[in-house]
Ligand binder design. Sequence first.
Ligand SMILES: Cc1cc2nc3c(=O)[nH]c(=O)nc-3n(C[C@H](O)[C@H](O)[C@H](O)COP(=O)(O)O)c2cc1C
Length: 397
Amino acid sequence: MKRLTNKRILLGVSGSIAAYKAPDIVRRLQDLGAEVRVVLTQGGAKFITELSLQATSKNKVHDNLWDKEAELAMGHIELAKWADAILVAPASANTLANLSAGKASDLLSNVVLASDAPVLIAPAMNQKMYGSLAVKDNLSILQERNIKFISPEYGEQACGDIGEGRLADPGEIAKQVSEIFSSTKLTGKKVLITLGATIEAIDPVRYLSNHSSGKMGMALARACIEAGAQVTLIHGDVSIPLSNKSNNISANSASEMHQAVMENIGNQDVFIACAAVSDYRVKNIEKNKIKKENKTLTLELIPNKDILADVCKLNHKPICIGFAAETQNLIENAQNKLKNKGCDAIILNDVSRADFGFKMNDNEVVFLTQKSSLKIQKNSKQKIGRKIVEIIIEKFL
Ligand SMILES: Cc1cc2nc3c(=O)[nH]c(=O)nc-3n(C[C@H](O)[C@H](O)[C@H](O)COP(=O)(O)O)c2cc1C
């Protein structure tokens, strides 16, 4: 897998003569697998056209904070949430000053302020400007805020001066972006994840199921794969493509999923039960399609085996993480689940909310253990997945 596969990089291009190299930076990021969107400052637009950046990034270029259409959907906040990392390259002296002062005067500075994604800056300017105390102070303020700094090169500059201030090589910039994602924290670890909705047949054409799409499970799978884990997915009905980097096993009903989990759980280090598994199944599945009749139809339901509880009872159980989709008494119900099933953590989802959860791209969860409760604020499922995996590593591995 390329090091930036599935990564969304927001490239801020500001007003340096080196902005003509921005399309090359876009291409080098894409070579590593990234999806790139560009925010162009007014200064940047003097040195490179929107069209060149649109053609290379294959995405609309964002250049205006006051774009009425984009801001209908709070475009600057959406961009901030979309990004897995923000790269400002080239970063002009003026943009560095804006960022270090925390100004929100243009689209780029707003997006940086509104994002919790890592930020990288690659300055490019005349060697005297780069050596000035003001620029040096701004850079040190930004570095104290954990903004990663990609040093400019020494050499001949556009103005004819020789010194430090030339934009770093685009290939080197892309490499440094990829390095912030490379984690080997799960290398050598095996993770089994269940995802999607189970299907309980009523007759050959009808079934009982639920709204789970598999998106949260896939986000967790991607985060584990990124961190170097060997991932097995046991999936029910899903509405998204599965990773081709995992061992994927299909299981329709809760019973099939129980069996598949039990057959594959040996040697796993972590088990994440993210599938929405039916608690009940139909006792007598009709062999033929039930015919419509003008009277009440009663289905007798019997309980399914509890996959998570059964894994937690194993002698050599892996680290067990469950999900609790709740609509009321959220924390209380999730804590009961944690205790009754004997798992190491429960991730609580409020599925009564209309703005995140089932089928949506966003989620907001609480990571609960016997001793702690940690809220992960609303964000894309991909980011929530990464955060959950980080917490699992930190707490249990
Ligand atoms: C021909 C020319 C070249 C410039 N080159 C640079 C440069 O390489 N680096 C820089 O920091 N500023 C440079 N500037 C100044 C910036 O373009 C100016 O400060 C602008 O306001 C930056 O806007 P921005 O940070 O919003 O993009 C240059 C200006 C001109 C006229």
